[in-house]
Structures are given as structure tokens and as C-alpha cells.
Design a protein around this ligand. Structure first.
Ligand code: R5P
Length: 310
């Protein structure tokens, strides 16, 4: 078994390697002057079960291309089995046609990874579970919920806590989180009553006097989250925190969250934290390295990974 890291999240790859007590295989990823990517795997991988750790996070296209080229290099080096471990699967939000003449880019990306030569895929909290079906190779979609909810229990307990979905689309995920800690569920329902009028935030559920925990898969601009926090506080919530698996945090998101009414945002390290995230007053990062490390170890040993979901 071998572990190879791309450049998207070296600290996570190092932490996974430490968990598995296995050094990363030497793999040099360089650029030509015109920014073409060149890869050289410097250790023998012939006949090996190889796991490539690479999130397709910002800059998404570069990291995606890097992943595809590493897969190609490993395939040509006679690796026995190649697993693309993609903790954050970029392009997942493009999982359907929102209108005529638009792409389903998540399917295209799944095709690219498969055609490059991956035998398996391992990922975490896919934006939509059905993206698993975009691959015709075995695909494990791990859940950060056990790691996140352990932290919620330690921080708040379940007694006065309410799990909240920031939009109607996230209700199934939020219900799962609520069930895990035995807390009630509320939903933020954004609605534009009439064309041209601004959106109204309705809260389904009584959040008065509650410690609210917003849960979602992605925080990007932070808009969804900060608006939901304001609406919950307006309805009498005591305080609002958020647990979001993938901290995409584009543009001014970190500053927006710092100046928001959110008490705390907790993200995982599926995407490498920027310096702004590291020094932020109200963002904390939980590591999913042990979860992914364990899943890799079990996959290599042909053992079940489903018990990691509990
Ligand atoms: C949407 O369906 C996702 O689950 C997130 O709610 C969304 O991507 C968050 O985006 P933003 O932080 O830009 O509001």
C-alpha cells in the first residue's frame, strides 16, 4: 500500500500518513514555464495499492488536472489499484441541469477521474449523495457527522441544542445530524413571495431560547450561513454556531463570518485552511485525518468502512 499526495492539501496528507504510520511516496509535481503540470513518482509502485490524496479545491481546475495526471503516472507505472481520495469533491454543486444548454459538470469530472485510470474513489460529504452514481467504479462517500457531532456534544450537550438546516435543500442532512445527538430540528425557509420582492426568511420550528447549530456541507461566500444566523437570532435563539464540512470560504467569506453574529463556525480540514482562517476569531478547524486514514487502512485490508458512519 502506498500514499501519494497532490499539492492541494499537504497538511491533511501528512496527518493521514501519520495516522497510518506510513510515509508519503515521493511524488514531484512541477510546472513547465507555461504552467503545464508535470508529475514524477519517485518510488516504485509496481503492483501496489495506491491512494492519492487530493481535494479539488481552489484553484479547482489546477488541482483537478494534477489529480488526473498523478493517476495517469501511477497507471503507467503499473500500480495494481489506484484510489482517488478526494476529501472535497469540487464541481459537486453542478450535479444537474439548472436550465437548457447547461452542463452537468460533476458527471464530466467523474468521467475524467475514471478515464484517467482510477479504480476507486473515496470522498467526504458529497454535495448530493447521488453523485456516487456518476461513477461506475466503487465510490465511498464518508460522513463527517460522527466527528462533528462528537464536538457538538462536547461543546453544547444535547439538552438545549437545536440542529438547524440553513435551507430546505439541506433538511435530510440536518435531520441525520439531529437524530445522532437526539436534538430537535428547525429549518430556515428562504422564500421570495413575489417576483421583484426581497427574500423572506421563515423559521420552521421554535428556536426561542435555544442554542442553534446550523449544519451544511459547504460554506462558500458565507451568505447562506450569516443570513440564517441573523434570522434565528431575530426569532429568539440564544446563540448560533455552525458546523460545515467543507470550508470553501471564497472571497471575503472569512471577514464576513468574523463580523457576523455567528458565535463560531467549525469546518473540517477537507480543504487546507488559509492564513485568514487560521487567525480568524470565530472559525475553528476539526481534522478528518483519522476518519480518512482509517477508511484508507480498511479499504487496503478489504475490510468494511460502513462502521465508520456510526
Ligand atoms: C448549497 O446548496 C450548499 O449546501 C451551501 O448552502 C452553499 O453552497 C453555501 O454557499 P454560500 O456560503 O455562498 O451561501
Amino acid at each position: 500500500m502506498k500514499l501519494v499526495s497532490g499539492n492541494s492539501n499537504r497538511p491533511l496528507a501528512d496527518a493521514i500518513a501519520a495516522y497510518l504510520e506510513l510515509p508519503l511516496t515521493k511524488c514531484v509535481v512541477r510546472r513547465f514555464a507555461d504552467m503545464e503540470i508535470f508529475v514524477e513518482v519517485q518510488d516504485n509502485v509496481r503492483g501496489e495499492d495506491v491512494f492519492i490524496i487530493q481535494s479539488t479545491s481552489f484553484p479547482a481546475n489546477d488541482h483537478m488536472m494534477e489529480l488526473l495526471i498523478i493517476i495517469d503516472a501511477l497507471r503507467r507505472a503499473s500500480a495494481r489499484r489506484i484510489t482517488a481520495v478526494v476529501p472535497y469533491f469540487g464541481y459537486a454543486r453542478q450535479d444537474r441541469k439548472p436550465g437548457p444548454r447547461t452542463p452537468i459538470s460533476a458527471k464530466l469530472v467523474a468521467n475524467l477521474i475514471t478515464r484517467a485510470g482510477a479504480d476507486r474513489v473515496m470522498t467526504l460529504d458529497l454535495h448530493a449523495g447521488q453523485i456516487q452514481g456518476f461513477f461506475d467504479i466503487p465510490t465511498d462517500n464518508l460522513f463527517a457527522a460522527p466527528v462533528m457531532m462528537r464536538d457538538v456534544r462536547e461543546q453544547f450537550g444535547a439538552k438545549n441544542t437545536m440542529v438547524v438546516s440553513p435551507d430546505v435543500g439541506g433538511v435530510v442532512r440536518a435531520r441525520g445530524y439531529a437524530k445522532r445527538i437526539g436534538a430537535p430540528l428547525a429549518i430556515v425557509d428562504k422564500r421570495r413571495e413575489r417576483a421583484g420582492e426581497s427574500e423572506v426568511m421563515n423559521i420552521i420550528g421554535d428556536v426561542k431560547g435555544k442554542t442553534c447549530v446550523l449544519v451544511d456541507d459547504i460554506v462558500d461566500s458565507g451568505g447562506t450561513l450569516c443570513n440564517a444566523a441573523d434570522a434565528l437570532l431575530e426569532k429568539g435563539a440564544t446563540d448560533v454556531s455552525a458546523y460545515i464540512t467543507h470550508g470553501v470560504l471564497s472571497g471575503g467569506a472569512v471577514a464576513r463570518i468574523a463580523s457576523s453574529n455567528l458565535k463560531q463556525l467549525v469546518v473540517t480540514d477537507s480543504i487546507q485552511a488559509t492564513e485568514a482562517v487560521r487567525v480568524s476569531r470565530n472559525i475553528r478547524v476539526l481534522s478528518i485525518a483519522p476518519l480518512i486514514g482509517e477508511a484508507i487502512g480498511r479499504t487496503a485490508a478489504e475490510k468494511s468502512v460502513s462502521s465508520l458512519f456510526h
